[in-house]
Design a protein around this ligand. Structure first.
Ligand SMILES: Cc1cc2nc3c(=O)[nH]c(=O)nc-3n(C[C@H](O)[C@H](O)[C@H](O)COP(=O)(O)OP(=O)(O)OC[C@H]3O[C@@H](n4cnc5c(N)ncnc54)[C@H](O)[C@@H]3O)c2cc1C
Length: 434
């Protein structure tokens, strides 16, 4: 490992309380204390968007479901992300069709393209207080070539009926307050929310409908015995018919081979200690849009519900002095007139990257279902996938947008991880701010 300081996968990241979203994350759900022996129809391991939506669906259907989470609800990527509810994926519609073929491709485009609406439905149906904000997500081009890429994506999506458009020059500058970018794709299908409040809100609804949630309960073994699954957490044995493995990028060796499906990629966030003064909110992202760009390692900016400014990017970043120096450079690069702000929150999280940049639907052992690898697009997809996995676990017929596969190792995983880490640091420190 080249960078001994990098936070690495679950348990070595700063605690969720260091994350800006904890300031406005809302109430936690009521948790249960596990007895020495528990039985359930469906055991859900992991309490992010995926696990919680799976649990909510099971509870609504009257199934006996138990969700166990190693740390706390939302303490994985679900409580640490940028809150951009993006439709679709990083790949273009054309690349998705090509990768998934004529059966899965169109279904994937339709279902995942519509996934932000599923999030909207969840929020309105259950009255979840998560600061959902309908202003669109803006992706800014960093070069002329990237502008052409975004224009192509825009026309491909428009051909599929999607509400997207390009904006240029002064129109863009007026929207984001930056002279750095000359063109951007505006995606009206997307919106923003407070991710920790969303996942906690979903969990509170699920609990009110009968889901039992235990936190601080890391599952340490999972074995098939007498036709059922037997899981161990602490001194508790859990017997379940089906298991939904919602551990995603935080997967460990619980199910051998599963975590190797992805490469765990770090991402970090830094935010001002306090809401920005009004005069600066009028100059930096004056329309309160969420913005990210097309750099190899994208920069992203947005406000939290109280007006703290959040800046983030990809890679593992030592979280103190170096992080503050980096964020100062990022601000000068994108908003040259910005003064030195006081940064008060620094955190990181882990993204699951797959080799084909698409999420994978995996059945690592018969009776264990999972999706893994959202490549940094997980809010809407995991709201969709959690519900889908619950339907599958309950024996409903589901037309999945992905083929079911057994775990396949990310090629040269460790080498790829180290190469990414070095590449990102070189880029971040020398090439990004040119
Ligand atoms: C910094 C950052 C920014 C991002 N920005 C965006 C964004 O703007 N928009 C977007 O759509 N996506 C974004 N993402 C991606 C998104 O956050 C994830 O795809 C999504 O949260 C994954 O949800 P999940 O439920 O699958 O997994 P997670 O939320 O990661 O949950 C997995 C859980 O499993 C638990 N767990 C692991 N092992 C065990 C075990 N053995 N026993 C019990 N529990 C266990 C972990 O503690 C963890 O809580 C971002 C990610 C990061 C890190």
């Amino acid at each position: 490992m080249f960078n001994g300081e990098r936070p690495f996968v679950s348990g070595r990241e700063p605690k969720i309380e260091d994350c800006m979203w904890s300031a406005t994350g809302g109430q936690k759900p009521d948790y249960v204390r596990l007895s020495s022996r528990e039985t359930c129809d469906v055991l859900i391991i992991g309490g992010g968007f995926n696990g919680v939506t799976a649990g909510l669906y099971c509870a609504e259907k009257g199934a006996k479901a138990l969700l166990v989470e190693a740390q706390d609800i939302g303490s994985g990527a679900s409580g640490r992300n940028a809150g951009q509810v993006n439709p679709g994926q990083f790949l273009s519609p054309e690349a998705i069709q090509k990768a998934l073929g004529p059966d899965y491709g169109p279904r994937f485009l339709k279902d995942l393209g519509n996934a932000p609406n599923l999030v909207r439905d969840m929020i309105s149906k259950h009255g979840i207080e998560c600061f959902a904000d309908e202003r669109p997500i803006v992706r800014c081009a960093t070069t002329a070539a990237k502008t052409r890429d975004l224009e192509k994506q825009t026309s491909d999506w428009q051909a599929l009926g999607a509400n997207v458009e390009m904006v240029y020059g002064s129109t863009l500058e007026e929207m984001n307050g930056s002279t750095r970018y000359k063109a951007a794709l505006i995606d009206y299908r997307g919106f923003t929310l407070q991710p920790l409040a969303y996942v906690r809100g979903l969990a509170r609804v699920a609990v009110s409908k009968g889901l039992r949630i235990a936190v601080g309960s890391k599952v340490t073994s999972l074995e098939f015995e007498n036709g059922r699954w037997k899981a161990k957490t602490g001194s508790t044995t859990i017997i379940a018919d089906k298991v939904i493995l919602s551990t995603n990028a935080y997967s460990d060796d619980l199910v051998p081979g599963f975590k190797e499906e992805i490469m765990p990629l770090g991402a970090f966030g830094i935010a001002t200690a306090d809401p920005l003064p009004q005069e600066w909110r009028e100059r930096i992202l004056p329309h309160y849009i969420a913005m990210w760009d097309t750099h190899k390692i994208p920069l992203w900016f947005r406000y939290d519900p109280e007006g703290r400014l959040h800046v983030g990017s990809i890679g593992f970043l030592p979280l103190h002095a170096e992080g503050d120096r980096w964020v100062t450079r990022a601000m000068k690069f994108v908003f040259p007139s910005a003064p030195q702000f006081k940064w008060g929150y620094r955190w990181s999280g882990t993204i699951g990257q797959t080799v084909d940049r698409l999420p994978h639907l995996v059945e690592p052992r018969p009776g264990i279902l999972a999706t893994i690898g959202c490549n940094g697009r997980g809010i809407a997809p995991n709201t969709y996938f959690g519900t889908m996995l619950a339907k599958m676990a309950l024996g409903e017929t589901v037309e999945t947008p992905l083929p079911v596969r057994t775990p396949t190792k990310y090629p040269l995983r460790q080498m790829a991880l180290e190469a990414y880490d070095v590449g990102i640091r070189v880029y971040r420190n020398s090439l990004l701010f040119r």
